[in-house]
Design a protein around this ligand. Sequence first.
Ligand SMILES: *Cc1c(COP(=O)(O)O)cnc(C)c1O
Ligand SMILES: [Zn+2]
Length: 404
Amino acid sequence: MYLTGLECPRCKEKHAADRLQNLCHCGSPLLVRYDIGALARDIDRDDVLRGRDDMWRFSSFLPVPEDKIVSLGEGMTPLYSLDGFAGEIGMDCITIKDEGYNPTGTFKSRGASCGISMAAHLGAETVAMPTAGNAGGAWSAYAARAGLDCVIAMPEDAPEITMKECALYGAETYLVRGLISDAGRIIGTACERYGWFDVSTLKEPYRIEGKKTMGLELAMQLDWDVPDAVVYPAGGGVGLIGIWKALEELELAGWIGPERPRMIAVQSEGCAPLVRAFEDGRTDSDFWEGAETIAGGIRVPKALGDFLVLEALYDSGGRAVEVSDDEIMDVLLTLARTDGSFICPEAAAAVAGVKRMREEGDLTRDDEVMVINTGSGLKYADLLEADLPVLDKEDEINVTPEGE
Ligand SMILES: *Cc1c(COP(=O)(O)O)cnc(C)c1O
Ligand SMILES: [Zn+2]
């Protein structure tokens, strides 16, 4: 264990990591700090190659004592290239890191595994959170595994499967006629009233550590190198902050060099607070009124960690990009045909962002781009239509020969 404590990235105040913590007094999320120097002296980067077959192979970069890990085998997701699609948009190398392989079908499993492990370890009994859907499914599953009670509130138009997941795992689940921000207010009030532990995005410090493992893994999978750009569909932006933090810690440990990918955050035109802030050169974002997009996971009107996302974009020479819902749907359908890959609409936004940037000349043919497919398309069956011919038992298939 190399955990040393918690630190506020805004006012720099230090907080203890041996009790349940939410935000800093100043309202900022807290970040977890480690003795990376000691870690680097004890552990060789190639030791992790022989580690567990899930994200906990990086447990030295994580805050959970070995015997307190609550795991369903999350992480160590595969990389594969989108050759068909890349060729169509004039690029040589677009790689997907496919988080759809996680236990609950999205990368939210990583944050939930780490967050629930710590919540249970530090004595929480009931955890509560607002969600766009996928986080609810993941935290419900890990809460069930840890024996914690779980309360979830989600927009009533969240993907149906995510509602059923929460109910299935036994979480007390509420549907809200409103956005994730409305669900957040309801949960916040209930946490104050009932003493539940608020595990909203970034309101506890450990979800980001779980998501950080995406960055640790991708460097390892590239043989301790980094791509030219990491493209991420940003809602709260936790995954992006996590990947950025991972690369910083890996460099401190001497496991990678000082090179960094450009960090690219992609949002939908119907909810693009980070894009607006980036374009105005600001370090925080405004609440986005009337948020609307088919990519529910990135329908976040105001991110608590917006300043951390924007800092990573500026520091990495990256940027924020917005795409339309039509482009998102078009890319989702196209990728299935060109590459046999059924990604979630959020990741389709990210790939559409790559296409935009290539068209604008902001990416070159030989830029190595890694897109995080944050979840499996299989969780989004409600977005698709398939109008198929139906045969009677005695019917035959009559294919019309071409040209007739
Ligand atoms: C939650 C979610 C996102 C956004 O994740 P953040 O790290 O909060 O920005 C993107 N895609 C999917 C599928 C999600 O569930
Ligand atoms: Zn602070």
